[in-house]
Design a protein around this ligand. Sequence first.
Ligand code: BGP
Length: 489
Amino acid sequence: MKQFPKGFLWGGATAANQYEGGWNEGGKGISVSDCAKHHFGVSVEDYKAHNSITSQDVYDALESTDDSLYPKRNASDGYHRYKEDIALMAEMGFKVYRMSIAWSRIFPNGDELEPNEEGLKYYDDVFDELKKYNIEPLVTMSHYEPPIHLVLNYDGWASREVIDMFVRYVEVICNRYKDKVKYWLTFNEVDSMIRHPYTTGGLIEDRFPNRNFQEVIFQAMHHQFVASALATKICHDIIPGSLVGCMLTKLTYYPHTCKPEDVLQAQQDMRSTYCYSDTQVFGEYPAYLLAKFKNEGLNIKMEENDLKVMKDYPVDFVSFSYYMSSCSAKTTEGLSTATGNTITAVKNPYLKSSDWGWQIDPIGLRVSLVDLYDRYRKPLFIVENGMGAKDELINGTVDDQYRIDYFQEHFKEMYNAIVIDGVDLMGYTSWGCIDIVSESTKQMSKRYGFIYVDADDLGNGTYNRYKKKSFNWYKKVIETNGASLFDES
Ligand code: BGP
């Protein structure tokens, strides 16, 4: 009988900034995500507009009491409803639950010397609830949640001092949760700093009027690489047996034609994301990235010990998000484009698209798994995958057969990658296992979950939870460790 390996970690994922809400409760400080306003009048294809922000926008947000403008402030109200949600995850049979700790719950401003006990207690309660059902937490230390105080007083990750503040935060959470958490990720999609520097690095371009902003972004990313290596060391020192992963936005590009120029463009586009996981896996900057710094005149300040720290503490496994694939072409004139995960690229005429234009490509997941495993020879973990869709609640459920079809095909390709291609895949957590606020467009209406949350894009609704059709389908997949995917029935 076809099944996934014994002990395969099936589960689901959320992130504090998109799930918890409770933005100003429990002593929590304000984070960059709490100041991220929606741009609902803007096309979902215009990522730059959705992720643009100025210092004035932040000042306005700090003054605003209209939470409907800032969807992540209430999000899915997981802060108050996590027990109910974890019980539903347990009903589906989850082995693992990927979540993040909001830095601003533990250090409200980020630069304090002592942590916020109420915030620490909250995550103790969450981990204890997971333990009740034997669900293993997989915890992201930083998932779009830097305290806004660090942005306005230190310019976010552009400032080297933030490394020490992050190290203090990591020491506190590793010591506090050393008996409850053994799987950790340092930064969510460190490469996303390029596409949304504010969300990932707390960088606002108008605060660097006389700087090359690209240089600022890569300087901030260098600080995160150092912080990630130090966090890996801290984890290993405090929690023997802990495993620490990097987390990559796995964007997959195919050449639009067999013209060598298009093949080269696809290779360049793939390297433009690999170079960040390369840095965290091999513990050093790849020549390609160093060449980029030199050729573009980016002067990245690196202190003497930085490169030694990065080399000494590489990650143990490689986790990544995969949603869609795209095409690359040397000249894109006259070619149709398609949106993807915070990107716009050449459209693949052979693939269907989601309601948000993301091109659905199950085989692309297998291509990505083989690519990453051949490149790194380290265990892999899919920590985000799924389909954002316009679900409709009718008679207390959602007929999301389209989501079941998406998962069915992607899971079969995961199986092929393991059984045929020899990929060492630790587990799988679907993104947004419960409906949460989307990152790129700040919409609750872009739904990913097996569980529907009755809330709209402005935060109106009962926030009650409802099982979609895919809830019992996924439950069966987990129960049979994948065998139900191949039922001829
Ligand atoms: C990834 C982020 C997640 C989530 C996901 C889906 O890049 O790590 O936080 O947002 O994208 O994208 P979206 O929410 O824009 O649909």
